[in-house]
Design a protein around this ligand. Structure first.
Ligand code: CA
Length: 667
């Protein structure tokens, strides 16, 4: 591959030298007190926001993107050059950019690791464009040769074999010379981040003591560099998982270690990091207890579930373990940005800003898996990512990060979270950075009325809900009346236990919304605390040894099970009296797993009706291999005395668990 920067830098820098634009460092745009603007999206102003509140974007990939042939456009569809692009950001209310800096993101032959190829030269180029547009620059030093996050904090290659003392000196030297360069090139650096998401490490070190020692050196170096250049700078330290109870420990450790910094910054991704209320609370605690400014250094949200470049996206509809709390639309994305700005503003004066992560990391060529030339486009994209480093990682990263980037390299996993669409057109959500001052004239309206789920007990009339929560463009919900198909409901009632689809029509202001309700008619389980999830265990009468309710990996569902184990032979009964059972036929069931039961063990499930016992034997084989014994069709007369239970007799060291008991009326 070509060494792109060596070739391109000359032309770009030459071009820049000819442009002696404003370098005041103060955005020429003021948004305080502006009037509501016409827009297709609804944005409510954030109360008390001032022009100095940071509305930043991390556009680290920008240079590699335009080198890859990506064209960004304005709201009229006109292609933008670099000047136009950064001017557009400023006009939309952005007043700062964040740029990541890696020490040496290329292999020994000069091949880029990718990820935007963010070395110092790249930061200088992007930083100058931003400065010219009147934007502030946050220099984000990862102090690594490639991505630094909670799972990776690898030392730069050059420092890898240094003694700790030499590494400390190298860190100081690197930060000072890098900042001198940025200042000398006229980049308006107002903030410097020492390390990126440093929860678990920094520059190859993982012990808290060494991390903090390096942070003392790093923050001192930043201040010295600013002083010697006659500049003011805010020193930023950056963590992630702001929802975690550990967050305050970092601030405490920094204080104890004497690390002098100004801003405690966090990443906040709503699909991973809890609620905005929790975010405010955590940042407020740090601001108050440690007298620091706080901000969100990274946030983002998806406006589409689609992938635009053939590299699967980090977050989409089917991503496991994520909470998609906002609508996946330009409006939903706007609501997320506004909510995070509001959450930081709610901290009080210490809450200084929010940066959106990589809004311009869009496809280098748009890939549509259903199109005839999909394969060809993907091949072209792969070549472009390798050549210009515009994917998240290139194959050349394997010499530095063999187990992750070197294996799974490819394009942008963030293209569905852009503030530009796949073709480079700005989305209306880019303007949220100014709409948070002005608000928009868009009226509050319903965006959609989603299908719902509803549960009902068997044997009684199904009372369908009379209203459903409709999603508003503000992100809030509004309860609106709904009419259900009564035929569907009657059929479900007549069929008994099961899952049914009921169609309905909700209505608001004369607009109708068709939707479905998934109705689940559940059998009544007459056993109380059948899965041992409730704290109150008084309904269970447990006698014997080696048995207790426990929360561990022996459970079948929920958190708890009735677990047994003893070094002595295990022997117990667990019983529950059932009162007020309507007369009829019943099925009693439960689930059992375990092992080491010895020879001829007893695992009996039983029901006693007016003194008469009906029982079935069960057994154990191995861990999480559940047996489901059932006593079926037991006749229960009106007013009968009923007890259900299990009896266990097994060898010493026998182990296992009972869980999820049920007593249903037989079909
Ligand atoms: Ca993608």
């Amino acid at each position: 591959m070509k060494k792109r920067l060596k070739k391109l830098t000359f032309f770009i820098l030459t071009g820049i030298l000819l442009l002696t634009g404003c370098n005041s460092g103060v955005s020429k745009y003021s948004f305080e007190g502006s009037s509501p603007e016409d827009s297709e999206i609804y944005v409510k102003p954030v109360e008390g926001l001032t022009d100095d509140f940071l509305r930043g974007v991390d556009i680290s990939s920008y240079l590699s993107q335009i080198e890859s042939g990506v064209k960004y456009k304005d709201f009229k569809g006109n292609e933008l050059d670099e000047t136009g692009f950064f001017k557009l950001l400023a006009e939309c209310g952005v007043n700062a950019v964040r740029i990541r800096i890696w020490n040496d993101p290329e292999d020994k032959d000069g091949n880029s690791y990718g990820g935007g190829h963010n070395d110092l030269d790249t930061a200088v180029i992007i930083g100058k464009w931003a400065t010219k547009a009147g934007l502030q620059v946050l220099a984000d030093f990862h102090c690594s040769d490639f991505w630094a996050d909670p799972s990776k904090q690898k030392a730069p290659k050059e420092w890898a074999h240094y003694t700790f003392e030499n590494k400390t000196a190298a860190l100081s030297e690197f930060l000072k010379t890098s900042m001198d360069r940025l200042y000398n090139e006229g980049v308006n650096v107002t903030m410097v981040q020492v390390g990126n998401e440093i929860n678990n490490g920094f520059a190859g070190e993982t012990s808290r003591e060494r991390i903090n020692s390096l942070l003392v050196t790093g923050t001192d170096a930043v201040r010295e560099a600013a002083d010697s250049n006659g500049k003011e700078v805010s020193v930023v330290l950056h963590y992630t998982n702001p929802e975690s109870s550990n967050l305050l420990d970092y601030a405490r450790d920094l204080k104890n270690a004497g690390v002098e910094y100004d801003v405690f910054a966090v990443s906040y991704y709503p699909f991973w990091h809890g609620t905005t209320e929790r975010l405010t609370e955590q940042l407020q605690n740090i601001a108050q207890n440690y007298n620091k400014k706080v901000m969100v250094a990274e946030t983002s949200y998806l406006y589409t579930p689609d992938d635009g470049d053939g590299q699967g996206n980090s977050v989409s509809l089917d991503t496991a373990g994520v909470v998609l709390g906002y609508d996946i639309s330009v409006q939903g994305q706007s609501n997320e940005v506004r909510a995070v700005i509001n959450a930081v503003k709610n901290v009080g004066d210490a809450g200084i800003g929010v940066f959106y992560w990589e809004p311009a990391w869009i496809p280098v060529k748009v890939y549509d898996p259903d199109s005839a030339d999909a394969k060809g486009i993907l091949e072209q994209n792969r070549e472009i990512w390798e050549t210009f480093g515009s994917g998240w990682a290139s194959s050349f990263s394997k010499t530095y990060d063999p187990n992750d980037a070197g294996k799974y390299y490819g394009g942008s996993s963030w293209d569905n979270q852009g503030l530009f669409d796949f073709n480079g057109n700005p989305l209306e959500s880019l303007k949220v950075f100014k709409y948070v001052f002005s608000g928009t004239t868009k009226e509050l309206e319903i965006v959609k009325a989603d299908n719902i789920y509803y549960e009902s007990g068997i044997g009684s009339t199904v009372q369908m809900p009379s209203t459903i929560p409709a999603l508003l463009n503000s992100g809030d919900t509004k309860d609106i009346p709904v009419t259900w198909n009564t035929e569907h409901v009657s059929e479900a009632e007549a069929s008994g236990a099961g899952t049914y689809q009921i169609s309905g029509i909700a209505e608001d202001n004369g607009i109708k919304y068709e939707l479905l309700c998934t109705l689940e008619i559940k059998k009544i389980n007459y056993i109380k605390n059948y899965g041992f999830e409730e704290a109150d265990m008084s309904m269970w009468d447990i006698k014997g040894n080696g048995v207790a309710k426990e929360a561990d990996n022996n459970k079948r569902s929920g958190e708890y099970s009735l677990k047994f184990w003893d070094s002595a032979p295990v022997s117990f009964t667990a019983e529950q009296k059932i009162s007020g059972l309507p007369d009829g036929k019943y099925d009693l069931g439960a689930y059992l797993q375990g092992g080491n039961a010895g020879s001829n063990p007893v695992f009996e499930l039983y029901i006693i009706v007016n003194g008469e016992k009906f029982a079935v034997q069960s057994g154990v084989t191995s861990w999480q291999n559940w047996d489901n014994p059932v006593v079926s069709g037991v006749e229960v007369p009106e007013g009968a005395e009923v007890t259900v239970g299990v009896k266990v007799k097994a060898a010493a060291e026998a182990w296992g668990a009972w869980d999820d008991f049920y007593l249903y009326e037989a079909e």
